[in-house]
Design a protein around this ligand. Structure first.
Ligand SMILES: NC(=O)c1ccc[n+]([C@@H]2O[C@H](COP(=O)([O-])OP(=O)(O)OC[C@H]3O[C@@H](n4cnc5c(N)ncnc54)[C@H](O)[C@@H]3O)[C@@H](O)[C@H]2O)c1
Length: 320
C-alpha cells in the first residue's frame, strides 16, 4: 500500500500516535502553526494529511496546497478549521469526538468542588500563616444545589450524571435536545437561558463556539444570575464576553468563576481577571488527561490513515 505524507505540527500529538503514523506513512514535523510555515512545509513534502490541535487551517492553506486531502483535529472543537471551505475543496475533516469527554466532565466537577469550597482562598490562607481566617469563611455543599448545563452533548450529559451522583438538581439549556430526552436523564429543560440562570447555583458551559454561542454569556446573562452563583467555562473562551464578566464580578453580580478557556490563549500577564481571588483558572486542559490524550492520539492517527486509504472513518465530520 502507498505510504502517505503526513504533517504534524509542533508541539505535536502523543508518542503512541506518532509511532503509529511513522510505521504506516512518511511523517514530517512543522516547527509551528503559522500559516505561511504550514504552506511551505505542505508543498515541499506533498502533504496529503495534516494533524492539528489548535492551529488554524483555513482557506489560504487549502487554496495553496492542492495535495491536501485530510485534516485531522486532535480533539472535538472544530473552530480552528474552516470546515465549509474544506468541504468546498473536497478535503475530509476528522475530529475525535469521544476520547476526552469524561476527562472534561471530571474537570468540571473539580471546578464545582474547588469553587464551592473556596479552595484557592483556603490554600492561600494556609500558606500565608492565616489559619484562623477560616472562621470568617463559610463554604458550601453541593447537595441539593442547582446546576445549569449549557449545551447537553457528550460532555454536558457526562457532567449531569456526575452532578446527580452529588444529589444536585440539574437543569439544561440546549435548543437542540428535546424535553423528553432531558426528562429521561432526570434533567429539567429550560427554554430561556436567563430563566435557568436566575435559578441556578452553578452554570457550566459546554457549547461549541459558533456565531450563535459567541458572547452568549454577557451583561444581561450575568445580571440574571444570583449573586451567590458561580460560572464555569469548559467550552471555548469567546462564549463568554470577558469584559462583561470582569464588570459583573466587580459589581458582585456573581460569586466567582472557574475558567479552563479564555478569549485569548495564553492570556496577557495583566489580564484583569487575575486580580480576582474568586476566579480560578486552568490552562485549557479539561480534556488533557494522560488517558484522553493517549486515546485521542490513537484514534486520530488511525482514522486519518483510513481516510487517506479511501475508507470512511466514523469521525468524518463533513461527509456529504
Ligand atoms: N476545555 C476542554 O479541554 C475541552 C475539551 C473538549 C471539548 N471542549 C469544548 O466542549 C464543546 C462541547 O463538546 P461535546 O463533545 O459535548 O460536543 P457535542 O457536540 O456533543 O455537544 C454540544 C452541545 O451543544 C449544543 N448547542 C449548540 N449550540 C447551542 C446553543 N446555541 N445553545 C445551546 N446549546 C447549543 C448542541 O445541541 C450539543 O448538544 C466542544 O465544542 C469544545 O469546544 C473543551
Amino acid at each position: 500500500m502507498k505510504k502517505h505524507n503526513i504533517l504534524l505540527i509542533h508541539p505535536t500529538i502523543q508518542p503512541n500516535g506518532v509511532s503509529y503514523l511513522e510505521e504506516h506513512s512518511n511523517v514530517f514535523l512543522a516547527p509551528n502553526g503559522d500559516t505561511q510555515t504550514l504552506i511551505q512545509w505542505m508543498n515541499e513534502h506533498s502533504i496529503e494529511g495534516v494533524l492539528t490541535r489548535c492551529e488554524y487551517i483555513g482557506k489560504e492553506i487549502m487554496d495553496a496546497v492542492p495535495t491536501l486531502k485530510v485534516i485531522g483535529q486532535h480533539g472535538v472543537g472544530l473552530d480552528n478549521i474552516d470546515v465549509k471551505e474544506a468541504t468546498a475543496h473536497n478535503i475530509q475533516v476528522l475530529n475525535v469526538p469521544d476520547a476526552n469527554y469524561i476527562s472534561v466532565a471530571e474537570h468540571t466537577m473539580m471546578f464545582l468542588l474547588a469553587l464551592s469550597r473556596s479552595l484557592r482562598i483556603n490554600d492561600t490562607s494556609v500558606r500565608a500563616d492565616s489559619w484562623y481566617s477560616r472562621e470568617n469563611r463559610y463554604t458550601m455543599e453541593l447537595l441539593d444545589k442547582t446546576l445549569l448545563i449549557v449545551g447537553l452533548g457528550r460532555i454536558g450529559k457526562a457532567v449531569a450524571k456526575l452532578a446527580q451522583a452529588f444529589s444536585m438538581r440539574v437543569l439544561s439549556y440546549d435548543n437542540y435536545v428535546p424535553q423528553s430526552a432531558m426528562e429521561a436523564l432526570g434533567i429539567q429543560k429550560v427554554d430561556v437561558l436567563e430563566e435557568g440562570l436566575s435559578q441556578t447555583d452553578f452554570v457550566t458551559l459546554h457549547v461549541p463556539l459558533t456565531k450563535e454561542t459567541q458572547g452568549m454569556m454577557s451583561t444581561p446573562q450575568f445580571e440574571a444570575m444570583k449573586n451567590t452563583a458561580y460560572l464555569i467555562n469548559m467550552g471555548r473562551g469567546p462564549v463568554v464576553d470577558e469584559d462583561a464578566l470582569v464588570a459583573a464580578l466587580q459589581q458582585g453580580q456573581l460569586a466567582g468563576a472557574g475558567l479552563d478557556v479564555l478569549n485569548v490563549e495564553p492570556p496577557a500577564a495583566d489580564h484583569p481577571l487575575f486580580q480576582m481571588d474568586q476566579v480560578i483558572f486552568t490552562p485549557h486542559i479539561g480534556g488533557d488527561t494522560r488517558e484522553a490524550k493517549y486515546r485521542t492520539s490513537e484514534i486520530l492517527s488511525r482514522t486519518v490513515l483510513e481516510a487517506l486509504d479511501g475508507k470512511s472513518p466514523y469521525n468524518w465530520v463533513n461527509r456529504s
